[in-house]
Write a protein that binds this ligand. Structure first.
Ligand SMILES: [Zn+2]
Length: 239
């Protein structure tokens, strides 16, 4: 954490307007203790500076949009000191659902490791953070990017513990089976598609409904805390 303070002093990494954007729209940021909030701001700034934001089917991406998308990436990676999804250098934003040439279907978001690209529909990104029901497009796509980042050979390789990953896969397999045989009642059906989708769906619930998640399956919740090196329940208890 040293670097955030020694090199930069205590000057604000974000402008007042940018901090207002986070205060008004980003609950995770609001819940952080003040010292962590400052670290969050530095990391949002760093993600934003190292990422190219590209508008599609709309004229431009506003400062506010860039801040909130960066904040979504940092929320997910906040437990790791040095992970800012560096393989993913581009974020492409559409106003609404978009037609994916890869799948020949309409998508709300996708992650393309070959091109280092995260693609988001702004409408669904906003909706995800507006309603806390365990569906969050930004976190869902960032979770795909995080899983890929962990296995792509670069500076950020292998930051998740192998034993925790194995434990996660075994527990996730059981949950996916429950979804697919109709006995699961907590995670949405899409989580039963494959392991990557289950991880992303679980991440959405981890941040949006941590209490319900841990009551439903505490071992799975604790395993995710270890995988992501953070516990949203502690944040909720601290306010
Ligand atoms: Zn997905």
């Amino acid at each position: 954490m040293q670097e955030y303070f020694s090199a930069q002093g205590w000057s604000n990494p974000l402008s007042r307007r940018e901090r207002d954007t986070l205060n008004k729209n980003f609950e995770f940021y609001r819940m952080l203790p003040s010292r962590s909030r400052r670290i969050f701001e530095y990391r949002v700034k760093r993600f934003r500076e190292t990422t190219e934001f590209i508008p599609r089917e709309m004229p431009m991406i506003t400062d506010q949009m860039e801040i909130l998308i960066s904040a979504s990436a940092i929320q997910l990676t906040f437990g790791f000191d040095d992970v800012i999804l560096s393989h993913f250098e581009r974020v492409i934003v559409y106003p609404d659902q978009f037609f994916s040439t890869t799948s020949q279907r309409f998508h709300k978001g996708e992650v393309n490791p070959r091109f280092g690209t995260i693609v988001l529909s702004w409408r669904y990104f906003v909706e995800g953070y507006a309603i806390n029901e365990g569906v969050n497009l930004g976190l869902h796509e960032m979770a795909h990017a995080l899983q890929l980042e962990n296995v792509i050979m670069n500076d950020e390789f292998g930051f998740m513990d192998d034993d925790d990953i194995r434990m996660w896969q075994a527990l996730a397999g059981q949950e996916m089976e429950k979804i697919n045989n109709g006995t699961g009642h907590f995670f949405r059906e899409y989580g039963g598609t494959n392991h990557a989708e289950f991880f992303s769906v679980a991440v959405e619930n981890f941040f949006e409904r941590p209490m319900e998640f841990s009551e439903y399956n505490e071992t799975l919740y604790r395993t995710m805390c270890r995988l992501l090196q953070q516990d949203p329940l502690l944040l909720m208890k601290s306010i």
